[in-house]
Design a protein around this ligand. Structure first.
Ligand code: NAD
Ligand code: TYD
Length: 370
């Protein structure tokens, strides 16, 4: 039985990880700490909180006194660190929050873990998992080999640079202080509970509301899509079985360019409307209601500055050392994700009200159609 701290547990991957952890290791004690930024949502955790399966603490990882108090009260033996500012476009508009949370917040948490585990004399039995991104490696050309754990760091956005800085800081705690850390660098996740500022949910919701689908640039940028459930399984495996001090890349083995991916989302929704007449009544602004292809909504807009062309992950180390492999086939994973957003309209309507609307105006207001 372990006492586990999950930071950022109210975010997209965090919520999925909490559910995966409770299912896989029901005897572990889970504490979730989350600052509840715009990206957070605890609705999916409410029943776990109510029946005391998990403890939820609203708090900021930069708060050193709170972090130390939580360690002392709950005697964590595992930390899965996911709390972060995670959206590239926001990091372009307002990078400071990224440095604050991703760099200073990670430092504060590392220090709290080190101090606690040293003072209890348990550092040899503890594990600290830092969840990071493939974006630290920069951008690949069309024929370049996929990123491996030894690829050089070449971050191109303030988000990627802040995650790169945090990775370096985490790694430095191994030789300097003997902190037992593991780092994972994963590709783009998709699945339930993803905030609609990110590509896949944004496009699904725009299709349902009959709004333009803003593809950046010419839509040739490639991402390697990883289902969040495969990612969470890999995270649990790495924290339990991974070699301390090591990095493991996690990828989906599903490279798609944005143009093709958005087209696939449109086709998936068109088929869902054709099969279920109730959807037309629920989403009257969607072109599929009138039997028109929703691909007609696709438009190309001003590119993201510093837009990385391609990400791809070589996940051989994870598979050969730890036996973790992706199980979710992309087309069925995308179909399930579309279904999830169709079935959780209230969830995304709540998220897309208020502050979200202000963000959409800011990010897409200045982009011209090309
Ligand atoms: P998210 O933005 O959905 O969630 C982040 C969570 O962190 C939110 O609940 C937020 O409230 C919380 N948070 C932010 N600042 C905090 C602070 N100072 N103190 C405490 N909590 C704070 O992000 P996500 O998509 O779930 O990503 C989780 C982790 O995985 C991040 O570290 C991210 O860099 C990494 N990652 C994500 C992806 C992806 O495709 N989503 C890909 C690679 C890596
Ligand atoms: P995103 O989901 O923001 O993830 P990341 O930037 O971390 O890869 O974007 C995924 C891809 O989709 C990226 O190439 C940018 C592109 N994109 C669009 O074309 N239009 C959009 O409105 C958004 C949000 C992203």
């Amino acid at each position: 039985m372990q006492s586990v701290l999950i930071t950022g547990g109210a975010g997209f991957i965090g919520q999925n990880l909490v559910h995966a952890w409770c299912a896989a290791r029901p005897d572990d004690r889970l504490t979730v700490v989350d600052a509840m930024t715009y990206a957070a949502n605890i609705r999916s955790l409410e029943s776990l909180i109510a029946d005391r399966s998990i403890l939820f603490v609203r708090g900021d990882i930069r708060d050193a006194a709170l972090m130390r108090r939580l360690f002392d009260e709950h005697k964590f033996t595992r930390v899965a660190h996911l709390a972060a500012e995670s959206h590239v476009d926001r990091s372009i508009v307002d990078p400071e929050a990224f440095l604050q949370t991703n760099v200073l917040g990670t430092f504060t948490l590392l220090k709290a873990a080190l101090d606690a585990w040293r003072s209890w004399g348990t550092i040899d039995r503890a594990r600290f998992l830092h969840v990071s991104t493939d974006e630290v490696y920069g951008s690949l050309g069309p024929n370049d080999p996929a990123f491996s754990e030894s690829s050089p760091y070449r971050p191109n956005s303030p988000y990627a640079a802040s995650k790169a800085a945090s990775d370096h800081l985490v790694r430095s705690f191994v030789p300097t202080y003997g902190l037992p850390v593991l780092i994972t660098n994963c590709s783009n996740n998709y699945g339930p509970y993803q905030h609609p500022e990110k590509l896949i949910p944004l496009m699904i919701i725009h299709v349902l509301e009959g709004k333009p689908l803003p593809v950046y640039g010419d839509g040739s940028n490639v991402r390697d899509w990883l289902h969040v459930s495969d990612h969470c399984d890999a995270l649990i495996n790495v924290i339990e079985q991974g070699r301390s001090g090591e990095t493991y890349n996690v990828g989906g083995g599903n490279e798609r360019n944005n143009r093709d991916l958005v087209g696939l989302i449109c086709d998936t929704i068109d088929r869902a409307f054709a099969a279920d007449p109730n959807l037309s009544a629920r989403f009257p602004s969607c072109p599929a209601t009138a039997g028109r292809s929703t691909r007609t909504l696709i438009g190309y807009v001003t590119d993201r500055p510093g837009h990385d062309h391609r990400y791809a992950i070589n996940a051989t180390k994870l598979a050969t050392e730890l036996g973790s492999r992706c199980r979710v086939d992309f087309e069925s994973g995308l179909g399930q994700t579309v279904r999830w957003y169709l079935d959780h309209e209230e969830w995304w309507r709540d998220v897309t009200s208020g502050a979200y609307k202000a963000w959409i105006d800011k990010n897409y207001g200045y982009r011209i159609v090309i």
